[in-house]
Design a binder for this molecule. Structure first.
Ligand SMILES: *Cc1c(COP(=O)(O)O)cnc(C)c1O
Length: 225
């Protein structure tokens, strides 16, 4: 049986070990617990063990869990593919969205985010391994995309998210993160402070290459249902 509190402390140790090994400031990498397919009671266990940030990929499933957990002070991140007809609910029920990869979606999220709420934090999903997925904007489109997204009132562009093709070799895991990190830094926009890089199998490489938030599912909650 998986004891969530134990898994959580193991992941946190992996994160701090990587921070120290790769000369990152202690505490500079946050943990996003990816709870898709996991129950509200599993989330509650992680919450009781101190975890506050949770990531979900499927809107309907997320809304049900949010309702069940409304007494908890959770920071919710949407990390899944976004269809236009879902933007209204995403804009109303999440604090962060990591998977913005079309300007149309950025516009809709800004229009549909209530001005009474704090602005929605967004990351632009960049496609750094074309063979792996069709989602994500091309690196060459990033400057123009950011420029336009920065002008939208109810969202704040915080940085980038990437899901590279799976690699087992450490050096190969590092490469796509490194090129994206360098491309973003070259834009010289200090408000882009977020690099949503790294999952269960590559979090050390991601931290080496500048991650500020790792998205961890399997290593925390076990295999998905
Ligand atoms: C499911 C998912 C994760 C978690 O992946 P694990 O390998 O289980 O840690 C991270 N990011 C995104 C975008 C996901 O969809």
């Amino acid at each position: 049986m998986i004891v969530i509190a134990d898994q959580l402390s193991q992941i946190k140790s992996r994160i701090s070990a990587a921070e120290s090994k790769y000369h990152r400031l202690p505490g500079s990498v946050q943990l996003l617990a990816v709870s898709k397919t996991k129950s509200a009671s599993t989330i509650a266990q992680a919450y009781k063990a101190g975890q506050r940030q949770f990531g979900e990929s499927y809107l309907q499933e997320a809304l049900a869990k949010q309702q069940a957990l409304s007494a908890f002070n959770i920071i919710w991140h949407f990390i899944g593919p976004i269809q236009s007809n879902k933007t209204k609910q995403i804009a109303s029920h999440f604090d962060w969205v990591h998977s913005v990869d079309r300007l149309k979606i950025a516009h809709r999220l800004s229009e549909q985010r209530s001005p009474d709420l704090p602005p929605l934090n967004i990351c632009l999903q960049v496609n750094i391994s074309h063979e792996n997925t069709k989602s994500g904007i091309d690196l060459q489109e990033l400057p123009e995309f950011i420029d336009e997204a920065l002008s939208l009132p109810n969202i704040v562009v915080r940085g980038v998210m990437a899901i590279p093709a799976p690699e087992t070799e450490f050096a190969r895991q590092c490469l796509p993160y490194r090129s994206l990190y360098e491309a973003v830094k070259a834009l010289n926009l200090p408000q882009l402070d977020t690099f949503s890089f790294g999952m269960s199998d590559d979090l050390e490489a991601a931290i080496k290459e500048g991650s500020t938030i790792v998205r961890i599912g399997t290593a925390l909650f076990g295999e998905r249902n």
